[in-house]
Design a protein around this ligand. Sequence first.
Ligand SMILES: [Zn+2]
Ligand SMILES: [Zn+2]
Length: 257
Amino acid sequence: MILANYHTHTTRCKHAVGTEREYIETAISEGFKILGFSDHTPQPYPEGFTSGIRMDMSELSDYTDTLVKLRDEYKNDIQILIGYEVEYTKKYFEPLLTELRKYPLDYIIQGQHYVEDEVDGFYAGAKTDSEERLKAYVDHTIEGMKTGLFTYLAHPDLIHYTGPDDIYLRHMSRLVREAVDLNIPLEINVYGFVDHRWYPCDRFFKMAAAYSPRFVIGCDAHTPKIIRQPEHIEGFEEFLIRNGIECGDNILDTVKV
Ligand SMILES: [Zn+2]
Ligand SMILES: [Zn+2]
């Protein structure tokens, strides 16, 4: 039984459904003791560039105010944490942190959807057989990990590389070895699993397990009903077993930002 989920979205990201209260009540009914919200962080992009998958900078106060109130209301039932899923970028990371730190903030997780950023880069989830893109994803993700500010790495296998296993594993094993050295847990993404996406994938996790990194299960909830115990997710425990992954109670020490 897992007791914590640190990967939860809200409707502010424009592609999630349900109220914060519904996410919280689902988590309580499934036996969770900690629920961390980590909506897609806004980004201080240039004037005129609007992202379709994240809140605006102007929504930070509503996001945190809402969660602070609920954190208090539910404090006897569950611990609510306030965080974000953050793209590491060279250009925007520091100014972003300056903004996030003005509001209540418990932790951030790294979700590397773009390399090097959404404005000028490529989407990591687009199918590619380019070794150059694979390498760029790994290099850039490692650079983010090395900031030491991320509590964990979400969907490490988001890069949708369709080329040969030997090339894939050569690059992705670097990412895993860094995670071990830096002691950063790697997420097994429940949303991708339930949605039958290309991640979490066997070829990544079988390789990763051999290095014995820390693993964390992340619901990546874009809908309340996905906050579930692993045994309530069809096929998920088999996925863990066949890849040699053991998970404990899923509780992490969050990294102070
Ligand atoms: Zn999302
Ligand atoms: Zn997410």
